[in-house]
Design a protein around this ligand. Structure first.
Ligand code: AMP
Length: 430
């Protein structure tokens, strides 16, 4: 039986991978401008890390993690998100001792056992960034400015920014208690939400059930019950956005599906992703997360962007998706017999050492089919090698764009192609 990829996973093939590379390279370059350094953490972590940070009442921890026992004592999970591992690493490696703000970003695969559909996978990729060591609202706003610029650089404009505040350890518990009472009256809550009501009523906001969503619009949101410190923080965050002329909507229902958020939460959504899977990225503040996993008090905020969703949006855009052309090789080496094949293998390595991209056919096909392959690889030049070329040391180079030919010595091949590679077809080849 044919073996297929695991449900909810996917291959990224040549032809698509170039767009991924472009997005990743843009993130690297731009995030560094904002002072972020890359961090790479393991894919495997102790399950406990996610239970304590994301929260035991969340869908991610309750239903979606890939977890297995490594030994009698240890449960291990494939990471479902990147923030908790970054904080774990920040604590474990003593970065907090340096007494400065740390800005870290990551790019990598995450794993959640969700029901696969368009824009939702079991292995997906996130680009994320974390600012650790400050609770200044300007840090939250700076993340938004960086993201706005990131999306603009990739010519993506079709999104809306939603922001909210989910309060802090001072004001949230009172609200949560009140919310439990307020929601208990509603008989139409789905069975999942009834359970959520016991464990953590705020998680009811994550419910996709339209009846539950409708009820939530009838209860006072947390945003209207914030303590003065949280109101001041949210107002300052908004002022920073206003000063930078960022468009946003306040979305009091936006709690996000992870327990560690306090105060700021935000999402960038695109209606082009469809009604249920419309979040392109999400983030917020998570003061207290470090303490929850045994670290020193640390304030922080960050975001994660789903690469599959972003690539989906970009590939639907003419400017980027449709403009992809496979990379062309500079030269195709064709050979007439085995002696020439051996010479071509040597020559290919010499030319590559000079920085030229070289293709040749390994299958000893006829010269005609080798030349057809040269066309398919969109080579700029073709060199045919036989006894005559090897014995005389003179090689004929054909420029594919216009068929012009020129004979040079073996030693001149690389420099000739480098010069001519940047010239236009109308210029003479020799
Ligand atoms: P979260 O880590 O849940 O805050 O999600 C941040 C972003 O990751 C979302 O806005 C999505 O773009 C992306 N994302 C989350 N879960 C999935 C998934 N199962 N498949 C694809 N992308 C996802």
């Amino acid at each position: 039986m044919k073996i297929q990829s695991i449900r909810g996973t996917h291959d990224i093939l040549p032809g698509s991978v170039e767009l991924w590379q472009q997005v990743e390279a843009t993130a690297h370059a731009l995030f560094e401008l904002y002072g972020f350094a890359e961090i790479r953490t393991p894919i495997l972590e102790e399950t406990e890390l996610f239970a304590r940070s994301i929260g035991t009442a969340t869908d991610i921890v309750q239903k979606e993690m890939y977890t297995f026992s490594d030994s009698k004592e240890k449960q291990i999970s494939l990471r479902p998100e990147g923030t908790a591992p970054v904080i774990r690493s920040y604590i474990e490696n003593g970065l907090y001792r340096e007494g400065m703000v740390h800005k870290l970003f990551y790019i990598g695969p995450m794993f959640r056992r969700e029901r696969p559909q368009k824009g939702r996978y079991r292995q997906f990729h996130q680009i994320g960034a974390e600012v650790l060591g400050t609770d200044h609202p300007a840090a939250d706003a700076e993340l938004i400015l960086m993201l706005r610029r990131f999306l603009r650089e990739l010519q993506f404009h079709d999104y809306r920014l939603l922001i909210n505040s989910v309060g802090c350890f001072e004001c949230r518990p009172t609200y949560v208690q009140w919310l439990r009472g307020a929601l208990q009256k509603f008989q139409t809550l789905c069975p999942d939400c009834r359970r959520r009501l016991e464990a953590n009523p705020l998680r009811v906001f994550d419910c996709k059930n339209p009846a539950c969503q409708e009820l939530l619009h009838r209860v006072t949101p947390l945003l209207e019950r914030l303590c003065p410190a949280c109101i001041a923080h949210f107002d300052s965050f908004r002022r920073h956005l206003d000063q930078a002329k960022v468009d946003y909507q306040v979305a009091p229902q936006l709690v996000r599906g992870l327990d560690y958020y306090v105060r700021t939460t935000f999402e960038m959504v695109s209606d082009r992703l469809g009604p249920t899977q419309n979040a392109l990225l999400g983030g917020g503040r998570y003061d207290g997360l470090s303490e929850a996993i045994g670290g020193p008090p640390t304030k922080g905020c960050g975001f994660a962007l789903g690469l599959e969703r972003f690539i989906l949006l970009l590939s639907n855009q003419e400017e980027l998706g449709a403009s992809y052309v496979p990379p062309r090789s500079t030269v195709f080496l064709a050979y007439l017999d085995d002696r020439a094949f051996q010479e071509c293998l040597r020559l290919a390595e010499e030319l590559r050492a000079e920085g030229l991209s070289v293709t040749l056919d390994f299958e000893a096909r006829s010269l005609k089919s080798q030349l057809r392959l040269a066309d398919r690889t969109r080579a700029l030049f073709t060199v045919v090698v036989g006894d005559l070329e090897i014995d005389s040391g003179q090689f004929k180079i054909k420029r594919m764009a216009d068929g012009m030919e020129c004979t040079v010595t073996r030693a001149q091949l690389a420099s000739y192609m480098k010069e001519q590679g940047s010239a236009t077809a109308s210029q003479p080849a020799c």
